[in-house]
Design a protein around this ligand. Structure first.
Ligand SMILES: Nc1ncnc2c1ncn2[C@@H]1O[C@H](COP(=O)(O)OP(=O)(O)OP(=O)(O)O)[C@@H](O)[C@H]1O
Ligand SMILES: [Mg+2]
Length: 486
């Protein structure tokens, strides 16, 4: 049998094991059927029917095809055909030959292998659905590493829990992050992109897969962190395990950088856009937070063995990767999920009209959060029929999307607002010259405004002879519907 080679990359491999670990641990026959159903649905786009279920159940229990046929009142040859198709699908999905005689033993072996790889998950705060596979330690968690001078510490208490079974695509991005952090020893990395595109999720999955590579892993969120002093104090206390009051002083900075060189730390700072100013160009620090800029620069410029990941919807100057090989600053700007990953999200909602799923993914730009919102709307209003949503004259902006866009719009400078209002009125892509003619803004304002919109991931640049610009289609629809009339 010609079995398609799977997985192709090491991250596909790791994710496959993480998912198998989740799926295969202490499965009951009902769970085996659910597992088989997911494999068959992902492969053939159809759920298991009654005969297929009976065959799987029977074979799992060691029955012959003849017995199974008698039990369900079908011919033996029919049962054999059903079995043949099932083993073919399982073989292609799992990347190894599966047949009636080895079905149960293969699943059990995969289960054992998946368990032996449990170390890739230990120490994370996964909560794999109702069946918690392993007893995960509570956070924060300290432990003594093999090297007795080092203490390992993890605080992921405010990081989201990601169920890898529902994480799709992004293997290329995982390879990129891994290459930057683990191989190129990047000291400062930013993960950037629109709200809902999957920044937080991607970084958390990277941590779940690589947690053992670090002595210290800490996740902080700028929705909660306020001043640089409080962040420094907290990080120093955690990394050094000292509970006494740490004095706020200029030396904190040096002390912190010193720790980054003694321990291999991974520090994630999420939602960094919260320390940037609203109603100004993107990525500018609020006056009380300008010192963060110095911290980020120092992290990039000082020799150490750690990495700080900044996650943000807006790009700041120091998040720009310099095109120099092995330069210790990198950035990853996330785009939407690829078609197959987007379709897997749509599939979760058990919608109809499969032929339109690809179009739906493209309309909502492969943004997993937008896809979740629009699939919920299709369930609620269009009786699961994707075709009905597609038939609507305009792109539909759900109430949740509108709230996200309201926040984005409110954060923009007046110059950017004028530019987006102008671009939204045009049916065609627009050049800088056209903007100059139609806006009452100076050239420099237009150029800086466009750069700021790019730093918010709202502007597409079309590279022809003459550079042209367009707005992200959903944002354009939002402006037309909710801002033009103001
Ligand atoms: N690769 C993926 N596969 C499936 N679902 C995903 C994937 N990436 C993200 N999601 C889902 O999309 C939603 C948004 O993801 P996430 O919170 O990571 O976005 P974000 O870019 O961090 O957004 P924000 O800037 O608003 O914080 C979440 O519900 C998450 O579970
Ligand atoms: Mg996020």
């Amino acid at each position: 049998m010609n079995v398609g080679k799977y997985p192709k990359t090491s991250y596909e491999n790791e994710l496959k094991w993480l998912k198998l670990l989740l799926e295969l641990n202490s499965m009951t026959i009902t769970e085996i059927l659910q597992f088989a159903d997911r494999l068959v649905f992902a492969h053939r786009g159809k759920h298991l029917d009654d005969i297929q279920e009976t065959v799987i159940k029977g074979v799992w229990q060691g029955k012959t095809y003849e017995n199974i046929a008698q039990e369900c009142n079908r011919s033996e040859s029919r049962i054999r055909d059903v079995g043949y198709q099932l083993w073919k699908t399982f073989s292609e999905s799992l990347g190894e030959e599966i047949n009636k005689s080895n079905f149960r033993s293969t699943i059990e072996r995969l289960q054992t292998e998946a368990k032996s790889r449990q170390n890739i998950c230990v120490g994370t705060n996964h909560n794999f659905g109702s069946q918690n596979l392993y007893q995960y330690q509570k956070y924060p968690q300290y432990s003594q590493s093999k090297d007795t001078t080092k203490i390992t510490f993890q605080d992921l208490s405010i990081a989201p829990t990601i169920n890898p079974a529902y994480f799709y695509g992004r293997t290329k991005e995982l390879e990129i992050i891994s290459n930057y952090i683990l191989h190129q020893k990047t000291r400062l990395m930013s993960v950037l992109g629109l709200s809902g595109i999957g920044k937080t999720t991607l970084v958390k999955i990277f941590i779940d897969l690589n947690i053992q590579q670090f002595d210290v892993v800490i996740w902080r969120n700028f929705k909660l962190v306020k001043s640089l002093n409080s962040l420094m104090t907290e990080l120093l206390k955690k990394i050094t395990l000292q509970n006494q009051n740490i004095l706020i002083s200029d030396e904190q900075f040096t002390q912190f950088l010193d720790l980054l060189s003694r321990q291999k730390c991974l520090i994630v700072l999420d939602d960094v856009q919260n320390i940037f100013i609203s109603r100004k160009f993107a990525g500018q620090y609020q006056t009380q937070h300008t010192e963060y800029q110095n911290l980020f620069q120092a992290i990039a410029q000082t020799e150490h063995q750690s990495c700080v990941i900044l996650i943000s919807q807006e790009k700041a100057q120091e998040m720009t990767a310099l095109d120099r090989e092995l330069y210790p600053i990198q950035c990853l700007e996330l785009e939407g999920l690829d078609n197959s990953a987007g379709i897997e999200i749509i599939q979760e909602y058990k919608l109809q009209d499969r032929d339109y799923w690809l179009k739906l993914n493209n309309m909502y730009l492969g943004n997993p959060l937008y896809l979740q919102y629009i699939c919920t709307l299709i369930k609620d209003i269009f009786q699961d029929l994707v075709s009905q949503l597609i038939a609507e004259e305009n792109l539909i902006i759900t109430e949740e999307m509108k709230l996200l866009f309201d926040t984005l719009y409110q954060r923009m400078s007046e110059i950017e607002k004028q530019i987006v209002l102008k671009i939204s009125k045009c049916d065609e892509n627009i050049s800088i010259e056209d903007l100059k003619k139609s806006c009452s803004l100076s050239s420099i304002d237009i150029i800086n405004g466009l750069q700021s919109l790019k730093r918010r991931y709202l502007l597409n640049q079309i590279k022809t002879n003459n550079t042209l610009f367009s707005l992200s289609p959903l944002f354009k629809e939002y402006i037309k519907n909710f801002q033009m009339q103001n």
